[in-house]
Design a protein around this ligand. Structure first.
Ligand code: FES
Length: 166
């Protein structure tokens, strides 16, 4: 258990167990481990002297923090109105079709997770999605499929694709 929580402790140490840094701690542990476990939440609560319920509620509020294991790549499609009216629904359907899973799920090979997010501040180029930490805008169903294909190809070649906005 101590070994499993070593990365979590490192992040907490880096923030001096400061409860004011709770969101940063949660995000950094999430980035480190891919998601947060109940043990992570408990350790963060103990060391920051916050109630577990508060730590859990903050962790569940942020869409960039996951309480479940996710795929190698995580797609977060903006579901707010400006992106939706710009064609987000068609992009959503194309992504589900291409990956063979509904939103909220991870593929069986653990390569892809499909999640929604609220506005990420790129409404001018909606519909918008994030793939891991990269933002892609002006999406169409075809463009969304191309982006997935590019990531698949990059995984084979171990090359990270360049993010693009238009
Ligand atoms: S509404 Fe989608 S990025 Fe703002």
């Amino acid at each position: 258990m101590e070994e499993v929580l070593a990365a979590t402790d490192r992040v907490i140490d880096a923030h001096k167990a400061d409860r004011e840094a709770l969101v940063e701690i949660l995000r950094e542990v999430n980035d480190e481990n891919g998601h947060l476990t109940r043990d992570d939440l408990q350790r963060i609560a103990e060391r920051t002297n916050l109630p577990l319920s508060e730590v859990y509620s903050v962790a569940s509020f942020y869409s960039l923090i996951s309480l479940e294991p996710l795929g190698r790549h995580v797609i977060r499609l903006c579901q707010d109105a400006p992106c939706h009216v710009a064609g987000g629904r068609e992009v959503r359907e194309a992504l589900e079709h291409e990956l063979g899973i509904p939103f909220g799920e991870t593929t069986l090979d653990e390569q892809w997770s499909l999640l929604t997010t609220s506005c990420i501040g790129a409404c001018a180029v909606g519909p918008v999605m994030m793939v891991d930490n990269d933002i892609f805008g002006n999406l169409t169903p075809e463009k969304a499929r191309e982006i997935i294909a590019r990531y698949r190809e990059a995984d084979v070649q171990d090359v990270t694709p360049t993010p693009q906005g238009g």
